[in-house]
Design a protein around this ligand. Structure first.
Ligand SMILES: Nc1ncnc2c1ncn2[C@@H]1O[C@H](COP(=O)(O)OP(=O)(O)OP(=O)(O)O)[C@@H](O)[C@H]1O
Ligand SMILES: [Mg+2]
Length: 368
């Protein structure tokens, strides 16, 4: 038997592809810490997100390819780790130093489940090991404090030069909401510029520290708050939430066009309240029609990140301050939401990867 070498291992792992990035792990520079002890091999694969949808497959592929290429190998141990890449440029770093990616959860119509999706996505990404923050950008109707069961007030972090608010934490995520700063049933009756000012302060005057993903739960539509957000920071992308029926689809297209106009990438569509499974009979009912989100995604060539059924547990989780992905992590609904989080993280990694590729100049020839 030939001795086991680094080169043999690397050659074997040239056959393992990251299915999202369409490149092998060696080219992607994802292999760290290769160790050979006698016949035993150990190595670390560093992915671009802890919420990689294909983590288990990549791990198994590594073991299989090493076994195939090096039949005499003993124990093969492949540890999966991750380092989220930043998508944000310098302009962003000045306002939110340490935040790598910012995601807006938006919709055209109200009440389609943005806040529910934003909260559960944030908690699901944190469960996968990411550092996550959530900004309740719905200044006039903040629902995040209730949905996360938080009713404290933020403390102040004072260093030599500045004073910043410390975000509150629950379920492994950091959170800021206007609801933490006003009395529970007091209406917010500010004019537009004040609401915009509050959103800016949630970015600049909050001690966010290091975050892999900072998620914004937006109010419905395309008003002042949305505009302030897209004008203040270069967003990594937007996730659009819709229900399957036409009225919601028509409105979500308006939100989509707003983001496209200001060059914010659309990470994908989430179809919420997609269907209902009767708990007693197991029969499926398409209460709001079927396939609206799927068709929209197809028509516009945007990824469909996933579909979430209507379920009492989702509503109760929101009302009781215990997001379903935390309270019932193994339920079908939670698994769907976790899948959406992972698909979103994969879209972000793909966008970062493709924007880091050298641009190919295409010559059209003289006659053009
Ligand atoms: N898949 C679901 N199954 C059951 N109930 C849901 C589902 N998604 C959301 N809900 C419930 O629907 C209501 C509206 O959801 P949510 O507040 O998340 O919508 P929204 O789009 O953020 O609304 P707004 O436009 O007012 O901000 C809430 O009571 C929530 O618990
Ligand atoms: Mg909301």
């Amino acid at each position: 038997m030939s001795t086991i070498s680094n080169d043999l291992i690397l050659n074997a792992l040239r056959n393992v592809y990251d299915p999202d990035l369409h490149k092998d792990l060696v080219t992607l520079n994802m292999l760290k810490d290769i160790k050979i002890e006698g016949k035993n091999i150990s190595l670390v694969v560093e992915l671009t997100t802890p919420a990689c949808p294909l983590k288990d497959k990549i791990q198994q592929d590594c073991v299989d390819e090493i076994k195939k290429a090096i039949p005499g190998a003993g124990q093969i141990s492949v540890t999966m780790s991750s380092k989220v890449q930043p998508s944000l440029d310098q302009r962003m770093n000045a306002i939110l130093p340490g935040v790598k990616n910012t995601i807006a959860v938006a919709s055209g119509k109200g009440g389609v489940g943005k806040s529910t999706v934003a909260v559960n996505l944030a908690v699901a990404l944190a469960q996968d090991g990411a550092k996550v923050g959530l900004i309740d950008a719905d200044i006039y109707g903040p629902s995040i404090p209730l949905m996360l069961g938080i009713n404290d007030k933020p403390r102040i972090f004072q260093d030599t030069a500045t004073a910043k608010m410390i975000p509150l934490e629950n379920f492994g995520i950091k959170v800021m909401s206007i609801g933490f700063l006003i009395e529970e049933d007091a209406p917010v009756i500010w004019r537009g510029p004040m609401a915009s000012g509050a959103i800016k302060q949630f970015m600049s005057d909050v001690h966010w520290e290091e975050l892999d993903y900072l998620i914004f739960d937006l109010p419905p539509g395309t008003g002042d708050i949305q505009l302030t957000l897209v004008q203040t920071i270069p967003l990594t992308g937007a996730v659009l939430v819709t229900t399957p029926q036409d009225v919601s689809i028509i409105d979500v297209k308006k939100a989509l066009r707003m983001f496209q106009r200001v060059n914010v990438p659309i990470l994908g569509i989430v179809e919420n309240m997609s269907y209902f499974i009767a708990p007693d009979t197991g029969k499926r009912y398409d209460i709001f029609g079927t396939g609206g989100g799927v068709k929209l995604a197809e028509d516009l060539s945007i990824p469909l990140l996933g579909a979430i059924p209507i379920h009492q547990n989702i509503r109760e989780g929101g009302d009781h301050g215990k997001p379903i992905v935390f309270d019932k992590p193994d339920s079908e609904q939670s698994l769907k939401i976790k899948g959406i989080g992972r698909n979103m993280a994969a879209e972000i990694s793909k966008n970062i990867f493709s924007s880091s590729l050298p641009k190919i100049e295409i010559s059209l020839g003289d006659e053009n």
